[in-house]
Design a protein around this ligand. Structure first.
Ligand SMILES: *[C@@H]1O[C@H](CO)[C@@H](O)[C@H](O)[C@H]1NC(C)=O
Ligand SMILES: *[C@@H]1O[C@H](CO)[C@@H](O)[C@H](O)[C@H]1NC(C)=O
Ligand SMILES: *[C@@H]1O[C@H](CO)[C@@H](O)[C@H](O)[C@H]1NC(C)=O
Ligand SMILES: *[C@@H]1O[C@H](CO)[C@@H](O)[C@H](O)[C@H]1NC(C)=O
Ligand SMILES: *[C@@H]1O[C@H](CO)[C@@H](O)[C@H](O)[C@H]1NC(C)=O
Length: 422
């Protein structure tokens, strides 16, 4: 009986989830291009570089796609970091169908692209020049004055008014420097972090030996959240010298994901993300909230804005952050978590926010500032996990696992229902 109730609520949650996924996403560029083998190379690079995620998160876009020969020629000579930049410059943040292309007032315009949103575009180079040229043709080029318009519109691929338009062009749009992105292979990670104002973090990665252990991940998928030097001096950050060396390594590993997760993909993380510290001694996960182009990471103790992208070369992403991320497993509870669903097993933990009795280091960490509450969809998920992790270091029972997954699903389901109603 109870089992039936459980499975039907699971089913219900899954249905609501998929509905929610369908309604939240207006379009899926990968699915659109799947129907066009002529663009399979372009489509594959859109997925590998995760520019597809960026396209899907925008409400109004025009993708300028390259046929296989042109895309292969571009890809043959450049790193994925460079290809990512080139692809972003081909995503216009406006809706252009063939008619609108031909009706540009005064016959020429500059329009903004995804590349502009990276914050790395010098001057107006995140824009693209669209110009009506002789013979009723439409040409594209870099925004810098006097640039050659070397790419032309060849045909319409697909339009979903006024959300997404897909147009074929003859060649990539390239300005000098666009393809000079730093690459994971060609860069010294330490030097890159130092240059980005993260000397302390870089030094810790070296002195603890963790940097060496990251090397294998650089081929498989790696994301670093590098706190800047000011972050380590902030109030509330525990004295690192007071941590045992094992805890220090854990703290650093908490700033590492063993997956390629650039800033834009963090936005679409709709569940807690595991870090390199995740394992037998605890969850050590992070939740993410975002608003527009701002992304914030929440630990349950504190939170940090994601500042800049230092390196984005698939599969390696290095992002700077404003605060040191303090895992709840080492630094105790933040504010009292939101009330958990009533079906949860009783927790042996004190209900008031207090420094963690279980902190493994000899000296108790200094009191921490309370962090803002985590976003509503994730807090109900956090609390049962954190609670049962603390409850024992041994296995949680299968039943607790089940309750946790249901709590997770129900949290999403209620968020989804809420979104549908609004
Ligand atoms: C266009 O996007 C809006 C907002 O994302 C969405 O509500 C609408 O259903 C989309 N239209 C189509 C035809 O997909
Ligand atoms: C988009 O479509 C592709 C292939 O059709 C699919 O694998 C992927 O999961 C879809 N992405 C989203 C976010 O729905
Ligand atoms: C676009 O480029 C052409 C050729 O360089 C130039 O004549 C035109 O002024 C540019 N358009 C804009 C809006 O800058
Ligand atoms: C990387 O840079 C750091 C600091 O700038 C330097 O100490 C180190 O020797 C460099 N490593 C390599 C392999 O060049
Ligand atoms: C943990 O779970 C696994 C598989 O569910 C089981 O084999 C193991 O004995 C459990 N360990 C403890 C300490 O309960």
């Amino acid at each position: 009986m109870a089992k039936n109730v459980l499975s039907s609520s699971l089913l219900m949650a899954a249905m609501v989830l998929s509905l929610w996924a369908a309604s939240a996403r207006g379009h899926n560029i990968t699915a659109i291009l799947d129907g066009f083998p002529d663009y399979s190379v372009y489509n594959s690079y859109m997925s590998q570089t995760k520019v597809a995620d960026e396209v899907n998160s925008r409400e109004t876009v025009t993708c300028l796609v390259l046929p296989n020969a042109a895309m292969s020629a571009l890809a043959a000579k450049h790193s994925l970091a460079a290809i990512k930049n080139a692809l972003r410059l081909l995503v216009l943040l406006d809706y252009f169908d063939p008619q609108k292309l031909h009706d540009i007032s005064q016959g020429t315009t500059l329009t903004t692209t995804l590349y502009q949103t990276t914050g790395n575009a010098p001057g107006n180079l995140g824009f693209v020049n669209i110009t009506n040229v002789r013979g009723g043709r439409v040409a594209f080029g870099p925004a810098s004055p006097g640039s050659k318009l070397a790419s032309v519109y060849t045909k319409s691929v697909r339009q979903i008014p006024y959300n997404i338009s897909v147009l074929e062009i003859s060649a990539p749009i390239i300005f000098p420097g666009l393809l000079d992105a730093p690459t994971a292979a060609g860069s010294n990670l330490t030097a890159l972090l130092e240059k980005a104002g993260c000397k302390t973090f870089a030094a810790l990665l070296v002195s603890t030996g963790l940097l060496k252990n990251l090397q294998p991940a650089m081929d498989k998928g790696l994301t670093l959240f590098a706190p800047n030097d000011e972050a380590f001096k902030a109030d509330g950050v525990p004295n690192l010298n007071s941590l045992s060396s094992a805890d220090l390594v854990t703290l650093l590993q908490y700033h590492v994901l063993l997956s390629y997760t650039p800033k834009e993909s963090l936005k679409s993380a709709d569940h807690p993300i595991s870090t390199m510290a995740t394992g037998s001694s605890g969850k050590f996960d992070l939740t993410v909230s975002s608003q527009g182009d701002d992304v914030t990471l929440h630990t349950g103790v504190d939170s940090s804005r994601v500042a800049n992208t230092v390196l984005d070369d698939t599969p390696v992403s290095v992002l700077t952050i404003d605060s040191v991320l303090l895992p709840i497993e080492l630094f105790g509870h933040g504010p009292a978590p939101a009330p958990a669903p009533s079906s949860l097993p009783p927790s042996p933990l004190p209900s008031t926010p207090a420094p963690a009795p279980a902190a493994k280091s000899a000296k108790a960490p200094s009191p921490l500032p309370l962090s803002p509450p985590a976003p509503p969809t994730s807090s109900p998920v956090d609390s049962p996990q954190a609670a049962s992790d603390k409850a024992d270091d041994k296995n949680s029972s299968a039943a607790a696992e089940m309750v946790r997954s249901i709590a997770t699903l129900m949290a999403f389901a209620s968020a989804a229902l809420w979104m549908l109603v609004v």
